[in-house]
Design a protein around this ligand. Structure first.
Ligand code: UDP
Ligand code: LCN
Length: 795
């Protein structure tokens, strides 16, 4: 690639020179992808050089994500393929392109930001040397299917080594026990050969029994030979499991291994960590830091408990699975249950929320809510306290620890290391890509956001995790044109703090896409009239069209018009104000439809969150300056799930639409909730919705940076639906179908249980644990993270 670019420029110096000049004429140090493309397009138009686009220079610019300019040099970060990066530099005089390392590229960037940079070499974080020899995916399209890859790769390594691999499998089977009860095989079976013999004998013994004969009936017989519970609930199932193992011992294959492991009773208890925000089951959604993550975890718990129980039962074990969700106890609970140490989770038999308080250095309980950007100094102590609480509750360690968001993942890292438990990482939203140049200008943002702590915690946790679950592909590796959220951690710099030359590798097989669903009990089609909550309709009618109470603003003058609906936490990134502005500026749209907003409070005095207060003020300003009070209804209330579910359908009855206008949305649960309710959905094309919605079939993508276009799209859709009501029905149907096929909690739970077994197995039989990397991360924690976190409280 470099040679062709060098050869091209040496033969065509003029366009290269003109292009660089054009970039320099912008007088900017940093140019982003679209600005680089615009520069190229403008040059091609001015100089009538349309063919330039298809030359090595044009292609390099097409793939460039960023340019850093400081005369006479221009450095480019080029991403020729998803997840693959190449850095090069060009001197404006000699125009000779030269490859450089990530480290040099970042160093050049740092020097433009900070005068001190360059005087001494900064600390570099580099995980790559620890990954050497570890299997990696090669193809971009395989990213996110780590488990399948790992199984293929490691099975061949494990079983090619003759009986050694089988011995490991044998020892693994010996490990299993629960509540003091031995499972699978007992001490009578002493090696692989004996195991082979035992399988044969058991098969013979069982062949005389009817398939539905329960385990209990044959247990004494099998136990004598060496088998313990865990093989199946009846003879049919036991025989199937024995045959799977026999096939595995005979001719191991990744598929058989996966099917066999899927049956091994390995997961009896889960610990799920979600420290920040108001974590509860009522009256919390929509508060600052309290949104999709809470919904996700509660739905996840219900689905996982069901799946765990059914797997255990199928294997003949009558053990009740345990799931503990551990969050922060907030004494000043503001009318929520967040001051309660224990809360049973509805819809489960045995799952609980346990709340453990944050404590100051002196051990005093912190009484008030703390923003997710401020929680860092409390997490280490929190982890210690959680460990004790969990051990006391379970009487043992959990079988899997799932971290959520940057704080939960950091606590999961500390606990998994201490308790020697498999660690699963779920980011929900990595803040780094939400804020432009949040790494480079971290110092400017430090007082408000403390990204130095957050990105350090992210680096440690994502590298320590045994496996990572993401909701979409783009969360890991973006698209052809945009960088993935995890990918953005591969190389970056926080000038004056440290530089990351290899922070994460998106080709690592630890990544797996497992998309969440929308709770089918709550979010279902508006057409399902039998299940509809008709009793709520009067209340909904008053809420939307009635006289506004003190938590509301606006009275819709034309209630017969369809509703454009949006609902979100009132974070800047959710861009509710953007939507209000586009709507306000499109007269025709204002005549065509009303706007309904469910977000935050209407009284800024009720909010403790700085961003939320700002947004509230801004929304009022927009209402007043654009005279929106007869066309927009703003509800500053928190709706519980069931009520919100009926609201989506109520709006669908009136042929409305849902809009998700975020500047960036990691996944977007409201998007799938609205879609499955049958509301045609217009959602941001930055983030998860790009993958959830197929534009024009199951909804529409909008560009939140081009509000004029988005409002024109909405208007065109609503007008077309007026002419052809079937159009609304087609898109509504497309959305429902999309969610029902791809986004369900039962699919999620099945996959999650398989993943935890497979990664647990590989962690046991190989050195998947990467002990060296863990030690490196521990050092980074102690030397970087801890002082940064402590500095927040002025220590
Ligand atoms: N939500 C709700 N009531 C509200 C505000 C939000 O039930 O008043 C729910 C919404 O239905 C969705 C979640 O909160 O389930 C928000 O999740 P999403 O992924 O859209 O955004 P997040 O808040 O996680 O960024
Ligand atoms: C956090 C977010 O910001 C959303 O985009 C996700 O849908 C939610 O968590 C659940 O993962």
């Amino acid at each position: 690639m470099l040679e062709t670019l060098q050869a091209f420029i040496s033969r065509h110096r003029e366009p290269a020179y003109l292009l660089l000049r054009r970039y320099f004429s912008e007088n900017r140090c940093f140019l982003l992808r679209n600005e680089l493309q615009d520069g190229l397009q403008a040059l091609m138009a001015d100089k009538n050089l349309p063919e330039l686009a298809h030359t090595p220079l044009g292609e390099m610019i097409r793939d460039a994500q960023e340019a850093v300019l400081s005369a006479p040099w221009v450095y480019f970060a080029v991403r020729p393929r998803v997840g693959r990066w190449w850095y090069l530099r060009l001197h404006v005089d000699d125009l000779y392109p030269d490859s450089v390392e990530a480290s040099e590229f970042l160093g050049f960037k740092e020097r433009l930001i900070s005068a001190q940079a360059g005087t001494e070499r900064p600390l570099e974080f580099d995980i790559e040397p620890f990954d050497r020899g570890f299997p990696k995916l090669r193809e971009s399209r395989s990213i996110g299917r780590g488990m399948e890859f790992l199984n293929r790769k490691l099975s061949s390594q494990l079983f090619d080594g003759g009986d050694q691999g089988l011995e490991k499998l044998f020892h693994f089977l010996h490990e299993h026990c629960c509540e003091g009860q031995i499972l699978m095989i007992n001490e009578r079976v002493r090696n692989v050969n004996e195991l082979r013999g035992v399988i044969r004998r058991c098969e013979k013994l069982l062949n005389g029994y009817a398939r539905h004969t329960p385990w209990a009936e044959v247990a004494p017989l099998l136990r004598d030979v060496g088998l313990e519970p865990g093989w199946g609930s009846d003879v049919g199932r036991i025989l199937e499991t024995l045959r799977l193992l026999s096939d595995l011992l005979e001719a191991p294959s990744p598929e058989t291994l996966e099917r066999f492991l899927a049956r091994i009773p390995m997961i009896f208890s889960l610990l799920i960590l979600s420290p920040h925000g108001f974590f509860g089951q009522a009256n919390v959604l929509g508060r600052p830091d309290t949104g999709g993550q809470v919904v996700y975890i509660l739905d996840q718990v219900r689905a996982l408990e069901r799946e765990m129980r059914s797997r255990l039962q199928a294997q003949g074990l009558h053990i009740e699975p345990r799931i503990l969700v551990v969050t922060r106890l907030i004494p000043e609970a503001q009318g929520t249950s967040c001051d309660q140490p224990v809360e049973r989770i509805n819809g489960t038999r045995n799952a609980q929320i346990l709340r453990v308080p944050f404590r100051s250095k002196e051990g005093e309980i912190i009484p008030h809510w703390i923003s997710r950007f401020e929680i860092w100094p409390y997490l280490e102590r929190f982890a210690d306290d959680v460990e004790q609480t969990v051990r006391a509750e379970l009487g043992t360690r959990p079988d899997l620890i799932i971290g959520n968001y940057s704080d939960g993942n950091l606590v999961a890292t500390l606990l998994s290391a201490r308790m020697q438990v498999t660690q699963c990482h779920i980011a929900h939203a990595l803040e780094k890509t939400k804020y432009l140049y949040s790494d480079l200008y971290w110092k400017e943002n430090e007082a408000q956001y403390h990204f130095s702590c957050q990105f350090t915690a992210d680096l440690i946790a994502m590298n320590a995790a045994d496996f990572i679950i993401t909701s979409t592909y783009q969360e890991i590796a973006g698209t052809d044109h945009s960088v993935g959220q995890y990918e953005s951690y591969s190389a970056f710099s926080m000038p004056g703090l440290y530089r990351v030359v290899k922070g994460i590798d998106v080709f690592d097989p630890k990544f797996n896409i497992v998309s969440p669903g929308a709770d089918a009990e709550v979010y279902f089609s508006y057409k399902d009239s039998e299940r509809r909550l008709h009793g709520l309709h009067d209340e909904l009618q008053t809420l939307i069209f009635g006289t506004p109470s003190e938590d509301m603003r606006g009275t819709l003058k034309h209630p017969e018009r369809p509703l454009i609906f949006t609902m979100a936490r009132l974070d800047r990134i959710k861009n509710i104000a953007g939507l209000v502005q586009w709507y306000a500026e499109n007269e025709a749209l204002r005549e065509q439809a009303n706007l309904l907003i469910v977000a935050g409070y209407t009284d800024a005095g009720k909010s403790a969150d700085r961003e939320e207060q700002e947004q509230i003020g801004y929304l009022h300003h927009l209402f007043t300056t654009h005279g929106l009070d007869e066309q927009v209804r703003w509800l500053g209330v928190r709706l519980d799930k069931v009520f919100a579910g009926e609201l989506y359908r109520f709006i669908a009855d009136r042929r409305g639409v849902f809009v998700q206008p975020a500047l960036f949305e990691a996944f977007g649960l409201t998007v799938i909730e609205a879609m499955v309710s049958g509301l045609p959905t217009f959602a941001t094309h930055y983030g998860g919705p790009l993958e959830i919605i197929e534009h024009g079939q199951s909804g529409f993508h909008i560009d939140p940076m081009r509000g004029d276009q988005a409002s024109a799209q909405l208007l065109a859709f609503l007008r077309e639906c007026e002419q052809d009501p079937d159009y609304w029905v087609r898109i509504s149907h497309g959305g429902m179908e999309r969610v029902e096929r791809h986004y369900t909690w039962s699919l999620y739970a099945q996959r999650m249980m398989t993943l935890s077994r497979i990664y647990g197995f590989w962690k046991y039989v190989t050195n998947l644990e990467r002990a060296e990397a863990r030690r490196y991360l521990e050092m980074f924690y102690a030397l970087q993270y801890r002082p940064l976190a402590r500095s927040l409280t002025g220590e």
